[in-house]
Design a protein around this ligand. Structure first.
Ligand SMILES: Nc1ncnc2c1ncn2[C@@H]1O[C@H](COP(=O)(O)OP(=O)(O)OP(=O)(O)O)[C@@H](O)[C@H]1O
Length: 260
C-alpha cells in the first residue's frame, strides 16, 4: 500500500514584491521518485528551500508522514529525515573526500571507558571508498584526496553521495546532474533507482526531461509559483511535458503546421 511521506499544502513565499510561491501543493509517496519541472523562475528552488529549511515558507503547511511539521532551519529538515542537495552545495575544500562524506557524522571509535571518541579513519575510508565506487567515480578519486583538488562535477558527486549516504526518508536533488560527465550522470541516476528500490522517496529537480523518463515515476510541473500539472510518467510523453513546461500545446502546433 502507498504511504505518503511528504505533503505540501498551499505553500507561499515572497521575496519583497516577488511572489515566488503562490500556493504550491504536492505529495510524495514512500519509494516514489517525483520530478519537479518548470521553466527558469517557476519556483522550483524556492519550493525545495522551503522543505529543506533554507528559506522557510510564509504560509501553507508541510506534513511529514502525516504529521504537521515546522521546518524553520536545515537542521529541522535533517531531523525529519529530509536531505537536500542544492545546486550551490558547499563542501569543506580543505578536508578530504572521506571527511566531507561524513561531515559532522563521522564514525567514532570508543576509547577507554568511552572517554575518548576519536574518528575511526579506517572505517571512514572503507565506507567512503565503497560509496565512491557506487557513484561510478572510484577510478579517478582517492578518498584521502582534498576536495579543493576536485572539479566542480566531482564535487557535485561527493555532495550527492553524502546526502544519499544519510538520507533516511526523503532525498531532494536540485539539478543533480548539472556539470556532471556521462559516467557520473549515470552513477547519479543509478543511485536514484537504488534509493527508490530501498524504499526512499526522491524529489528530483531537473531541466533534463530524458532523465525524468529514465528514473521518475511521476512528474509535477510548476509555472509562476504554482503547480500546473501532475502526471505519472507512464501516462505521458516527452513532447507533452515540454509543452506543459512552456505553456503551449506542442502537438497541436505541429498538427497545425503540417496542415498548412
Ligand atoms: N533570494 C531571493 N531573493 C529574491 N528573489 C528570489 C530569491 N530566490 C528566488 N527569487 C525569485 O523567485 C522566483 C522563483 O525563483 P526560483 O529560483 O525558485 O525558480 P526556479 O524554478 O528554481 O528557477 P531555475 O530553474 O532557474 O533555478 C524568481 O522570480 C526568482 O527571481
Amino acid at each position: 500500500m502507498e504511504r505518503e511521506v511528504l505533503r505540501l499544502e498551499n505553500l507561499q513565499k515572497s521575496f519583497g514584491s516577488v511572489q515566488a510561491l503562490k500556493g504550491a501543493s504536492l505529495t510524495l509517496q514512500e519509494g516514489e521518485v517525483v520530478a519537479l519541472l518548470g521553466d527558469n523562475g517557476a519556483g522550483k528552488s524556492t519550493l525545495i528551500k522551503a522543505i529543506s529549511g533554507v528559506h522557510p515558507s510564509d504560509g501553507g503547511a508541510i506534513y511529514v508522514r502525516g504529521d504537521k511539521a515546522s521546518i524553520r532551519s536545515a537542521r529541522d529538515a535533517m531531523d525529519l529525515g529530509i536531505e537536500t542537495i542544492h545546486q550551490d552545495t558547499s563542501l569543506a575544500p580543505d578536508l578530504s573526500i572521506a571527511r566531507n562524506l561524513f561531515l559532522g557524522r563521522e564514525p567514532v571509535k570508543l576509547g577507554w571507558l568511552g572517554v575518548f571518541a576519536p574518528i575511526d579513519f579506517g572505517e571512514l575510508r572503507h565506507v567512503a571508498a565503497a560509496l565512491l565506487k557506487r557513484v561510478g567515480i572510484s577510478k579517478k578519486l582517492d578518498a584521502d584526496a582534498l576536495v579543493s583538488t576536485l572539479s566542480g562535477g566531482e564535487r557535485q558527486s561527493i555532495a550527492i553521495s553524502r546526502a544519499m549516504q544519510f538520507a533516511a526518508k526523503v532525498i531532494i536533488l536540485d539539478e543533480p546532474t548539472n556539470n556532471l560527465g556521462v559516467e557520473e550522470t549515470h552513477g547519479v541516476l543509478r543511485f536514484v533507482r537504488d534509493m527508490r528500490d530501498a524504499g526512499h522517496s526522491v524529489l528530483f529537480i531537473t531541466h533534463n526531461i530524458h532523465h525524468v523518463f529514465e528514473v521518475c515515476d511521476r512528474l509535477v510541473v510548476m509555472r509562476r509559483g504554482e503547480v500546473v500539472a501532475e502526471k505519472t510518467v507512464a501516462e505521458t510523453d516527452l513532447l507533452t511535458v515540454e509543452g506543459i513546461i512552456m505553456g503551449v500545446d506542442i502537438k497541436a502546433l505541429l498538427k497545425d503546421a503540417k496542415a498548412h
